[in-house]
Each structure stands twice: as structure tokens, then as C-alpha cells.
Ligand binder design. Structure first.
Ligand code: TRP
Length: 361
């Protein structure tokens, strides 16, 4: 059996550089390499609602923003199925059955869920649906029999839960579901991009994002304010690389070609770093270079976004077609799930025969 690639995002905001470097860029490469049987990318609106139950309008508005981000980065509906989670009711059904195969304490140990609960100050008011989202995520993955999930490292605990549930399901009811693997970004720096403030993670709630849809002036405003770690009195002093978000971003985004084009004095990032730690390189110059690197990368994305924005009904059409195709696949898996669980009463001739016999005695 070939590879089945699946991944998704919560539509709670526009996508940013952290999403791009952590997963989106890789998805497009995977899509174009063509080494898979099917590829699915979806908007996890059901998951987004687990901590936004009182604000469905936010999710509704961001469906189109995320779809535009996907298409403008190069995801191609001819090659990959783009869909919306809530349009596949089979996922909710599978979630229900999987939730019988895992304990509350197992979910409580999930480090990503733990961090998120703390971040949201849920304490006593933790929504049950939010707590259970790792199980719902396992359903998203297994309903499509995905083998490969490109995602950031914060998703690893979800994949662990998914693999456990697959093993439990298959042992209990028979081999139906498939154990998936996470596909992490190759470079460590891409696994968790810090925010422009140098904080641990780029995140909308921390207000430290550069969005894929930011225009050049906005990017420059944000880059100019970026954290350089320890302050220096003058550019002649040795620079510090630890906690220096500008260099972390250069690590993530700059290529040797960028140096040739925008800063030919240096052959590559290694050469710049060597000089920077000795002193004599101004932080402003580094930021100007980073700004050029980011804008060069975002320019074609902006152009495509602008094109896509001209035909919004077509975007909804793409998502509708994708959701229909995805539903067909999930429905097939659910037929197998129901017969493995022996709850396919009306297709089960043996059950009818047995019951006839039992009651004719
Ligand atoms: N939890 C993911 C996020 O927060 C979104 C998601 C939902 C997902 N279901 C998934 C990712 C299945 C990969 C596979 O970004």
C-alpha cells in the first residue's frame, strides 16, 4: 500500500511564518514530489470549536483565510484533497468509538494538552470537548488511513495517542486502522520557530507573528522591532547569537543564493555569524538582510493570494468538492469499522440467521 499523507490546521487565524516553516512548505514539496497515493489537507474547524464554542464567527471568517493561505503557498486541489473537518460527520462517529479505548488519565498525561490548558487558564472550566480533542484528532488521521502526518513537534503527543488507539482498536476488533508516523521538519530550527519577540513560539495569542499575508511594509515594521537578545552598546562589540531571533530566522529562511543577491560580502550564514560574534556587524544591517530574505520568499505567495482573492466563490467550490471526496473515503473506513465492531446489524446475515434460530426453539 502506498503512502497516504494527511495534515491540517485549526482555522483560528491567518497562517504565519511558523506554520510555513514548520509544515506548509514541506507539504507543498511532498505534494509536488508525487510519492503518495492520496494527500489530504484540512481545516480542523471542529477542533477549533473545542475552545471557541462561543465564537463560531471567528472560525467561519478564518476558513477562507486559511484556504487562501494554502492555495497561495502552492497547495493544488488537483493533487491534494482540501476539506473542512465538520463536513465529514463520520469523524465524529469514529471519535465516539475510539474514546472507549483510552483512559482519562492517559489523555491527562498528554504534554501538549497540558500546556494548552495552562495557557488558556481553563483550570475548573475545562470544556470536555477540548480535553478529548486528541481522540478526535486520532479519528481525523485514522478515518483516512493516513500513514504520514507532516506536522510540528508539538503534534507528536497526538500521534502517540493515535498509534495507541490504532493498536487497541485492531487488537479488540480486528485489523482495520493504520498506524501513522509524524513527519517532522528536518531542521531543528523549523520545528518551533520563536516569535519576533524571541519568545519560545510564534503564536497569534502572543502577538509575535509575521503572517504570510503581511505586506512588505508590515514585515519591515515587525523585523525592525525584532529581538537581538542581549543588547550591545555599539556594533563594534561582539554580537551574541543566543536568544537572537534575527539569527534564528536567518537560520530558518536564508539561503546561499540570498547572500549572493543581497549581501555578497558573505558567502553564507556561517561566514556572517563568524564575523558577527567578533563584532563590527550592526544589527540594523542584519535586519535589513532578513527583511529582504522574507520578502523574497513571500512575494510569489502574495501574488498568488491576490489572484485567488479575485474568485472567492471558486475557493468555496474547491472546499466543497474536496469535502465530498474526503467524505467518501471516510465513509468507506467507517463501513469497515462498523463491521469489525459488529454494529452493522442490517448487513449481517449471520446475525439474522442466528436470531431466527434462537427464537424458533
Ligand atoms: N492539532 C493540529 C493543530 O493544532 C490540527 C489538527 C487537527 C491536525 N487534526 C489533525 C494536524 C490531524 C494533523 C493531523 O495545528
Amino acid at each position: 500500500m502506498g503512502k497516504i499523507i494527511l495534515t491540517g490546521d485549526r482555522p483560528t487565524g491567518k497562517l504565519h511564518l511558523g506554520h510555513y516553516i514548520g509544515s506548509l512548505r514541506r507539504r507543498v514539496l511532498l505534494q509536488n514530489a508525487g510519492d503518495y497515493e492520496r494527500m489530504f489537507v484540512f481545516m480542523a474547524d471542529v477542533q477549533a470549536l473545542t475552545d471557541n464554542a462561543d465564537n463560531p464567527e471567528k472560525i467561519r471568517q478564518n476558513i477562507i483565510e486559511v484556504a487562501l493561505d494554502y492555495l497561495s503557498c502552492g497547495l493544488d486541489p488537483q493533487k491534494c484533497t482540501l476539506f473542512i473537518q465538520s463536513q465529514i460527520p463520520e469523524l465524529a462517529e469514529l471519535t465516539t468509538y475510539l474514546s472507549n479505548l483510552i483512559s482519562v488519565s492517559r489523555v491527562q498525561r498528554n504534554p501538549t494538552v497540558k500546556t494548552e490548558i495552562k495557557m488558556r487558564n481553563f483550570e475548573a472550566n475545562l470544556p470536555l470537548g477540548f480535553f478529548c480533542y486528541p481522540v478526535s484528532q486520532a479519528a481525523d488521521i485514522t478515518a483516512f488511513k493516513a500513514t504520514t502526518v507532516p506536522a510540528g513537534e508539538d503534534q507528536e503527543p497526538m500521534l502517540e495517542v493515535t498509534r495507541e488507539l490504532v493498536r487497541r482498536f485492531n487488537q479488540t476488533y480486528g485489523e482495520v486502522l493504520v498506524e501513522p508516523n509524524i513527519l517532522l521538519p528536518e531542521q531543528a530550527v523549523c520545528r518551533r520557530l520563536p516569535g519576533t519577540d524571541g519568545k519560545e513560539k510564534m503564536s497569534k495569542s502572543l502577538g509575535n507573528c509575521i503572517y504570510l499575508s503581511d505586506d512588505a511594509a508590515t514585515v519591515w515594521k515587525k523585523v525592525k522591532k525584532m529581538s537581538n537578545g542581549e543588547p550591545r552598546m555599539s556594533m563594534e562589540e561582539p554580537g551574541h547569537l543566543e536568544g537572537n531571533a534575527v539569527f534564528t530566522y536567518l537560520e530558518a529562511f536564508s539561503t546561499d543564493e540570498d547572500f549572493a543577491e543581497f549581501w555578497p560580502e558573505f558567502e553564507n550564514l556561517e561566514a556572517l555569524k563568524q564575523q558577527y560574534v567578533q563584532g563590527g556587524i550592526g544589527d540594523g544591517t542584519c535586519k535589513k538582510f532578513l527583511n529582504s530574505v522574507i520578502n523574497k520568499m513571500l512575494d510569489p505567495i502574495r501574488t498568488r493570494r491576490h489572484e485567488c482573492e479575485q474568485d472567492i466563490p471558486e475557493i468555496f467550490n474547491i472546499l466543497k468538492k474536496g469535502s465530498e471526496a474526503a467524505r467518501e473515503t471516510a465513509a468507506k473506513t467507517m463501513d469497515e469499522v462498523r463491521s469489525a465492531m459488529q454494529i452493522n446489524y442490517f448487513d449481517d446475515q449471520e446475525l439474522i440467521r442466528q436470531q431466527v434460530e434462537k427464537f424458533s426453539k
